[in-house]
Design a protein around this ligand. Sequence first.
Ligand code: NDP
Length: 294
Amino acid sequence: MSGDNIIDGKAFAAEVRARVKAQVDRLVAEHGLKPGLAVVLVGEDPASQVYVRNKAKQTVECGMRSDEIRLEATATQEEVLAVVDRLNADPGIHGILVQLPLPDQIDESAVLDRIDPDKDVDGFHVVNTGRLQIGLPALTPCTPRGCMMLLHDRLGDLSGKHAVVVGRSNIVGKPMAMLLLHANCTVTIAHSRTKDLPGLCRQADIVIAAVGRPKFVQGDWIKEGAAVIDVGINRIPKEDGKTRLVGDVDFEAAVGHAGLITPVPGGVGPMTIACLLANTVTAACMAAGIPEPQ
Ligand code: NDP
């Protein structure tokens, strides 16, 4: 392979953000509508702080309003819910994201369910989950939405392809499978109890790896020419004592078989924030009852 099979998620995400910015410019100019995204961070988790900083920076770069609400790690459930209630009631905020994980004393699902489904730009609310399931317009979880954009960009129509999704979490595996099904793929969802996972993957035209285990999917599990989307983000130690990021796929072994493959880092990861911004535009347009600018 010449490297043409490696998807540059960073470059594609930059294109998505440029499209979002153009949409925002039109919404402001034509409708006086400035989409607003609020991110709630509870505690001082260093990785979460980096994510939140990046989200805020990219939100502003796209011309949107960005609010950051930080609460102490000792915040109570009532305090977090009160922040969500305030943001639900703020007409200038169209998207609310509560950064996970939350400290132990806070019931994560109670907080996520308190978010107005129309502002649920993470797409984790049961209302959006249900809407996605039955094919109604819904705010869709960002990472699976990003994976679909990458697949459609490179493969076009996905009808009839056999997709194997490894992982069945509510935030990646299940919504990913649903989006592939809506795109007319034949979908197999695999998990820790699946028998003969290598054999299943070898039948796949598309393999989505969302397992959370470094280099779990082996090169010889990949059918020649298949598309491999690696959602995994795993930090592993290097010989010099530092760490590096690897995906859930053994990239070096798989790249020679795959027709398309996403690297880690620089594949799916950058698409997630780009899709969060795209979801915020979608939510703002829905709230205003206007079509999304193309
Ligand atoms: P979860 O831990 O919630 O889910 C992992 C899934 O993998 C489970 O369904 C589990 O099965 C399955 N699994 C575990 N071991 C095996 C095995 N031996 N064989 C087959 N399946 C197995 O993880 P997430 O879905 O939240 O995340 C998956 C990965 O994606 C992680 O690396 C995470 O960091 C990354 N991620 C990346 C994002 C991005 O922006 N790129 C965003 C979100 C996540 P079971 O249900 O049976 O336990």
